[in-house]
Design a binder for this molecule. Structure first.
Ligand code: FDA
Length: 393
């Protein structure tokens, strides 16, 4: 039987950060993972460059049943703290857009940085571990694998969500929470492409690859970014963002020309080029292949602009400013970046991340019901919640 002060299950972003902080406090820390290497999601994140934080991260960028829960951790370990760590390790980075910070070279720089901090804090790491059971007695947790049992005073669950099962994602953390009497809120894939209804697929799959700047809206939440048509449905940052707010049956309202007043544009075109066809005028605003599809769908009739009257101009403008898609579903955990829902924050202390009903048991990172927007926010939550737990576990 091995004896540890702290065992952390999951060597992803949150687990690594927690291990470093607990190790710095002199705790004997063991970090366990089921994979062959640590930080696998970090390595593939941000197209291999890891969007490691966001300069504008704040509680408003997160979804949670209790929107106040994340405030404490986010304010105690901020994006500027993580940026300072990146700078300390002389990792070159840049802002891509909207405060999103990426490595100049490779996401591996972030994993190497965390590993070097973990080594300095004397954290031990055991990979390819298949945990067969966890029990609690006499103030100690026993974590059992096929090979051996290990005991600890503090058990930190950092096993992440369900997305990308082929990368080691399991429901372990949610099951463990339930085993110890914590509630798990319903789970669903988020930051995920939306899929076509069969009728839309027949029309739009032909323009797969077309992308345009839009605003995408679901139930009053709006994101301005790019939208991409794919063979399977809609993707691109605007759609990934809005997918976190989408529930089956909801419509997605897309403004295809958010920067332009289409009615004013068409009236001006009509005055300047009365003989020009509507589709030629619209192709100045939207990708040509999309305009052809809109024509096929009878969103407009192709005729000289001079044939339009103010009412028909307004109708066409309205349909482009609020085009309604009704997705069939999402691509699910196979491609989702994150899992919404998870361990109910009512059962956790926002100051320490410890379970209120179970001393010494902590939950951090994506396993908790706190989900960030696209853009570095999810890693910031992993760093912040991991850092906080690392001060107490
Ligand atoms: P994470 O999933 O990172 O780590 C959990 C660890 O636990 C894994 O190593 C897993 O193998 C291990 N584990 C699971 N079950 C286990 C078990 N039963 N036993 C032992 N170990 C177990 N976010 C962001 O802010 N910027 C970005 O650029 C991206 N990009 C991105 C791309 C892609 C493709 C994905 C899928 C996700 C992102 N994200 C992101 C989201 C981000 O990766 C995610 O929110 C964090 O990695 C969550 O960190 P955690 O440490 O909580 O879980």
């Amino acid at each position: 039987m091995q004896q540890w002060d702290v065992i952390i299950i999951g060597a992803g972003a949150a687990g690594l950060m927690c291990a470093i902080e607990a190790g710095k406090r002199g705790r004997r820390v063991l970090l366990l993972d089921n994979g062959k290497r640590v930080g696998r999601k970090i390595l593939m994140s941000g197209g291999g460059r890891c969007n490691f934080t966001n300069m504008y991260a704040g509680p408003e960028n997160f979804l949670s049943q209790n929107k106040h829960f994340c405030k404490s951790a986010l304010s105690r370990y901020t994006q500027w703290d993580f940026i300072a760590l990146v700078q300390k390790h002389a990792i070159a980075y840049h802002e891509k857009t909207l405060g999103q910070l990426f490595c100049d070279d490779s996401a591996k720089d972030i994993v190497d940085m965390l590993l070097s901090e973990a080594k300095a804090a004397n954290v031990q790491i055991a990979l390819q571990q298949t945990i067969t059971g966890v029990s609690f007695a006499d103030g100690q947790y026993t974590v059992t694998t096929a090979e051996l049992s290990r005991q600890c005073h503090s058990l930190v669950v950092a096993s992440g969500g369900l997305s990308l099962p082929n990368l080691g994602a399991t429901a372990f953390g949610f099951q463990l929470a339930e085993q110890f009497g914590l509630k798990v809120l319903p789970l669903r894939a988020a930051l995920v492409p939306l899929t076509w209804q069969p009728a839309d697929k027949a029309v739009f799959e032909e323009i797969s690859g077309v992308s345009l700047p839009v605003t995408a809206e679901v139930n009053g939440t709006v994101f301005p970014e790019d939208m991409l048509f794919t063979h399977r449905g809609l993707s691109g940052p605007a759609i990934l963002q809005i997918s976190s707010y989408w529930q089956p049956g909801d419509e997605v309202i897309v403004n295809m020309a958010p920067q332009t007043d289409v009615a004013e544009f068409l009236s001006a075109q009509q005055q300047a080029h009365p003989e020009q066809e509507v589709k030629t005028a619209l192709a100045k605003l939207l990708p040509k292949r999309l305009v052809e599809k809109l024509l096929e769908l009878k969103v407009f009739t192709n005729q000289p602009l001079k044939a339009l009257n103010p009412k028909s101009i307004k109708q066409l403008a309205d349909s482009l400013h609020a085009y309604v898609f009704k997705p069939n579903g999402t691509e699910g955990y196979r491609t989702a970046e994150v899992t919404i829902g998870g361990v109910d924050t009512d059962y956790l202390s926002s100051k320490t991340m410890e379970a209120k009903n179970q001393p010494g048991l902590y939950f951090i990172g994506e396993v908790v019901d706190v989900t960030g927007w696209l853009g570095g926010y999810n890693f910031q939550w992993a760093w912040a919640s991991g850092w906080v737990a690392g001060q107490y576990c």
